[in-house]
Write a protein that binds this ligand. Structure first.
Ligand code: SF4
Length: 140
């Protein structure tokens, strides 16, 4: 496969990216079996609420060495999320149904780490920063 065809499964909300999943109330991702390319109108609306990267998962072309997560010729994220997933304690032998994910044949994480990446992936929220809290009003 051409390197330029490989997709990052945790990209930002920007026109031309694809919407691949929605974060549910329990903090896990419900993947879409269809890849939905988003446009400026979607981005504008999505940015009016909480960070869209806290509410959705987006995908775009893997940027390889131009990405901060690129280390020693590969993406460092799959190993990290698999380790975090294993530390949370689910039994690795427990039966697991692969999420119906629209990008699997071209997903960087799956290409690197196989189905183990897909076990951990539904726990990934792209924007893990704290929400900004509005400053309290002062009567002074
Ligand atoms: S790691 Fe698996 S579930 Fe996650 S985006 Fe890639 S193919 Fe889909």
């Amino acid at each position: 496969m051409l390197e330029s065809a490989i997709l990052c499964p945790s990209w930002r909300c920007e026109a031309g990216a694809s919407l691949i999943g929605i974060i549910l109330a329990d903090g896990t991702v419900a993947f879409s079996k269809d890849r939905i390319v988003i446009d400026e109108a979607f981005v504008e609306v999505a940015r009016q609420g909480r960070s869209p990267e806290k509410r959705f998962r987006f995908s775009s072309t893997c940027k390889r060495a131009a990405c901060i997560q690129w280390t020693e010729g590969e993406c460092c994220i799959p190993d990290l999320i698999i380790k975090e997933h294993q530390e949370r304690g689910p039994d690795p032998n427990e039966p697991f149904v692969l999420p119906e994910c629209s990008i699997r044949p071209r997903c960087r994480w799956h290409l690197q780490s196989g189905d183990a990446a897909c076990r951990a992936c539904p726990e990934v929220i792209t924007d893990r920063s704290a929400e900004r809290v509005a400053p309290a009003l002062s009567a002074d």
